[in-house]
Write a protein that binds this ligand. Structure first.
Ligand SMILES: C[S@@+](CC[C@H](N)C(=O)[O-])C[C@H]1O[C@@H](n2cnc3c(N)ncnc32)[C@H](O)[C@@H]1O
Length: 399
């Protein structure tokens, strides 16, 4: 089997797939080093991805009704307007740079080896049932997005069929289970204008609305309950290396209080709970907070407080304990809110660990934080092989 997927040039999923993996790492780390140079000039260690193929625990595919392009990559080829438009129904990743087109996946290396077979089966099932795929331009059609999640350290996974309106699901579970017998099958509605609009009316056709994944740190296994909407790092195996690194730092710093800001379903609080007296996990998505509480119960952890609030409001409204406290920051791509950044800069807390999926916003935040903190260490973790993205971890200490 080739290492290069045939759709690589068309699909947005793996932009760097033609670059050898070692070279990808070099390019990505040197881009991070450039951005961090004003704050950290030492060599940045890079932790490669544990898996470079089939590494994602979650993907989202689009069901798309689109015009057939004879040569989709060649913009110069003009359509013969004397011939009527031909349409096709495609289930796959979005075409690179296109919001309205998807790519037929036949040998994708992102999720698992059964993906192409599964896509083939679902296409066939939808065709037999005559269920139309969504047309992004006209906002017509029914089937819209397929969210797929799989567990690496626990069993099973989850398939969520997101549609514009309810559809006849007869036979769907059977088809799904022919390929993924242990996965839950769910439906949900997105009747908004964008594919990214929030889902509603979640229905379980088989299994459960919650799946489990685990992180293995030191000799512990921490189990996470994930709903379709919950955030979990998409590369479980490599994320595990990063959570272990953070745990080693926490063990060295020995804080009494841990502030886990942008906490999601509690990954940092729960993997470090036994090392601290008390943790505060601050997260603004209510479902993730509920998952976090459930995760604490599942793992019999009692010293984590889950708070549903934005980090900026939490910092503005609460006086943090300063002595023997540690802050972990793990924001989304937008980075830490400027108000929160100012408050943290003046917090007096001795140590901050910052995990970032966007080195640009990391650098913007460091420009503020390093007025009072110095960067002690920076490392990269490659959660996203074959893409230009990389995770950066930075240890900050009060000057
Ligand atoms: C990169 S994820 C990290 C989650 C978690 N730390 C983990 O390791 O799984 C960022 C999280 O921040 C949350 N979030 C986004 N903006 C926020 C804000 N202003 N305040 C608090 N949480 C926020 C998101 O919902 C998401 O769960």
């Amino acid at each position: 089997m080739s290492n290069i997927c045939k759709q690589a040039l068309l699909c947005g999923g793996c932009a760097l797939i033609k670059v050898p993996y070692e070279e990808q790492l070099k390019q990505k780390v040197s881009a991070v080093a450039k951005l961090l140079d004003p704050f950290y000039t030492q060599k940045i260690k890079v932790n490669p991805s544990v898996l470079t193929k089939y590494y994602r625990n979650k993907i989202e595919l689009s069901f798309t009704h689109q015009v057939v392009y004879k040569e989709p990559l060649n913009k110069k080829v003009k359509r013969d307007k004397s011939v009527p438009l031909e349409f096709e129904e495609v289930l796959g990743f979005r075409q690179m740079g296109r919001w309205d087109r998807a790519v037929n996946l036949t040998d994708c290396f992102l999720f698992n080896q059964n993906l192409s077979w599964f896509i083939y089966k679902i296409n066939l099932w939808a065709k037999n049932k005559n269920i139309p795929f969504y047309d992004q331009r006209k906002h017509t059609g029914i089937l819209r997005t397929l969210m797929m999640r799989q567990s690496f350290n626990e069993k099973g996974g989850m398939l969520v069929f997101i549609s514009q309106a309810p559809f006849d699901t007869e036979g769907l579970v059977e088809v799904c289970h022919q390929v993924y017998p242990e996965y839950s099958v769910l439906t949900a509605i997105n009747d908004g204008m964008s594919d990214a609009s929030p889902i509603k009316d979640l229905k379980v056709l088989s299994g459960s609305a919650i799946m489990q994944e685990a992180l293995l740190v030191d000799d512990k296994k921490i189990v996470f309950n994930l709903s379709p909407q919950s955030f979990f790092q998409t590369n479980t195996k490599t994320a595990n290396v990063m959570y272990q690194k953070v745990r080693s730092c926490v063990a060295k710093i020995k804080p009494e209080t841990l502030y886990d800001l942008y906490g999601g379903a509690g990954s940092f609080s729960l993997t470090n709970a036994d090392l601290v007296k008390e943790a505060f996990c601050v997260e603004c998505v209510p479902e993730a907070v509920e998952n976090g509480k459930q995760n604490a119960l599942t793992n019999n952890i009692k010293n984590v407080n889950f708070i549903c609030q934005t980090t900026e409001d939490f910092l503005a409204q609460n006086k943090l304990k300063v002595k023997d406290a540690l802050v972990i920051l793990d924001p989304a791509r937008a980075g830490v809110h400027p108000k929160a950044c100012e408050l943290l800069k003046n917090s007096g807390i001795k140590n901050i660990l910052y995990i970032s999926c966007n080195p640009k916003t990391l650098a913007e935040n460091l420009a503020v934080l390093t007025q009072n903190y110095k960067v002690k260490n920076a490392e990269c973790f490659d959660f996203f092989p074959n893409t230009k993205h990389i995770e950066t971890f930075v240890e900050l200490e009060l000057i």
